[in-house]
Design a protein around this ligand. Structure first.
Ligand code: DGY
Length: 340
């Protein structure tokens, strides 16, 4: 009988080859090969015997899954957001949670800006009209929308992605307002953002032509924007969400758009994902919905995979992940080598 000292890692979806090869040199790796996530019961079964897991934002790592995984020392989430993981339960159990901040900032801000342009200038709607054979002529009143250039953009959440969105807005000569609950950690050093003005969320809603969300989903930000907030927004204003669907009360959003108060929305995230067939938002022509692809550029997804692997390997070397979502964790000791 041979003792297996290499840690076991469960990877919940196929990732780029090169980082996977690095992981395979450090651990025994099992990759879930299907294009859809492992069902929760299967995930729990796989974690029971794993030392590490490389998970996606679609994998629920809750207190019950953590309690049923006695060897687990690290969960490396292939995302910056960790709202799919019970951070407190993981920290109590001595499990480090890795994530991928930084590398997806620009890809996500690009996408948020693209959604803003698409929703304002009715890009998806125009495409649907052409494909349906309804493009009969050029018309002076066909698919009109508000101008983005020179408009006021309100950014909720002034982290890396919110600020990257603001930098793009500068090129469109937009007036930028931002709201953040946390006190800025340092003085603004980017001269391009010197014109951005910090205001309360209420002021931002009242004054912005476009409102873009860039906050993590937490107990405090769940349904941050609902009926009351939409009523405060300007008539015709457009909401952009590339953060998490549950930051918005989507039923209230659909009502605010259907009533004509809001001009539309660009949503890369919904609650739930995928959006339910028959959801009221799908019936609104002035809503652009994409399948959570804000960070989906080739380069960004490669970098996310590389970081997710680095985070795992660090823990197997006795360190905390370089990008750790629960840095106060006291790492659970490695379990005995298994027989194999
Ligand atoms: C994240 O990383 O949290 C994004 O939503 C997915 O790229």
């Amino acid at each position: 009988m041979k003792l297996q000292s290499r840690p076991k890692v469960f990877v919940t979806r196929e990732i780029a080859e090169a980082p996977l090869a690095v992981l395979r040199r450090a651990a025994q790796v099992e990759v879930w090969g299907r294009p859809t996530p492992p069902p929760y019961s299967e995930l729990r079964r796989k974690l029971r015997d794993a030392d590490g897991a490389l998970t996606m934002l679609t994998d629920r790592i809750d207190a019950a899954a953590i309690a049923a995984a006695p060897r687990l020392r690290v969960v490396s989430n292939f995302a910056v957001g960790v709202d799919n993981i019970d951070l407190e339960a993981a920290t109590r159990a001595g499990i480090a949670i890795g994530h991928t901040p930084g590398v997806l900032t620009d890809a996500t801000a690009d996408f948020a800006f693209a959604l803003m342009l698409a929703a304002a200038r009715r890009v998806a709607q125009g495409d649907r009209l052409v494909r349906a054979g309804k493009w009969t002529t050029w018309g002076p009143r066909v698919l009109l929308g508000p101008e983005v250039f020179g408009a006021t953009l309100g950014i909720i959440g002034w982290g890396a992605i919110g600020r990257a969105m603001a930098r793009r807005a500068v090129g469109f000569q937009m007036r930028v307002l931002y709201a953040t609950r946390s006190a800025p950690k340092r003085a603004e050093t980017d001269a391009r953002l010197a014109g951005a003005r910090r205001v309360t969320i209420d002021r931002l809603l009242v004054e912005s032509d476009f409102v873009s969300l860039h906050v993590p989903l937490t107990a405090q930000t769940r349904h941050l924007l609902g009926a009351r907030e939409f009523a405060r927004m300007k008539r015709g204003a457009i909401l952009i969400n590339t953060a998490r669907g549950a930051v918005v009360d989507e039923r209230a959003l659909a009502r605010a758009i259907r009533s004509g108060h809001l001009g539309g929305a660009g949503l890369d995230v919904t609650d739930p994902e995928p959006i339910a067939r028959g959801d009221a938002l799908l019936k609104l022509d002035n809503v652009v919905i994409t399948p959570h692809i804000g960070s989906a550029s080739y380069a960004t997804r490669e970098r996310m995979a590389a970081i997710a692997v680095e985070n795992l390997i660090a823990v197997f070397a006795g360190k905390k992940p370089p990008r750790c979502a629960n840095p106060s964790v006291a790492l659970r000791p490695a379990d005995k080598p298994r027989e194999g």
